[in-house]
Design a protein around this ligand. Sequence first.
Ligand code: SF4
Length: 85
Amino acid sequence: MWWHDALCQQVGLYPFYAYDEDDDGSPDPATARAAIEVCHRCPVIAECLADAMREEAHDVCNRHGIRGGLSAHQRRELGKRHAVA
Ligand code: SF4
């Protein structure tokens, strides 16, 4: 399975979900950027993003954190663009 090669499994998942855990709910840009940089070096970024988009299309409550190099907001926007196309 693709997630066996996930780079976030090696660095720890905290930076990928710290994005959503601020007291006021706003993103922590530095932490999010660090997580996205890891994604951009990840060998399974395409598979990860495809999986996230598939899952989140059916369960918007599941849309959080950094996945496939995109924030939850960016994936929501990407999903909207695909829905229109
Ligand atoms: S693309 Fe990012 S979130 Fe997805 S498996 Fe790779 S490191 Fe993890």
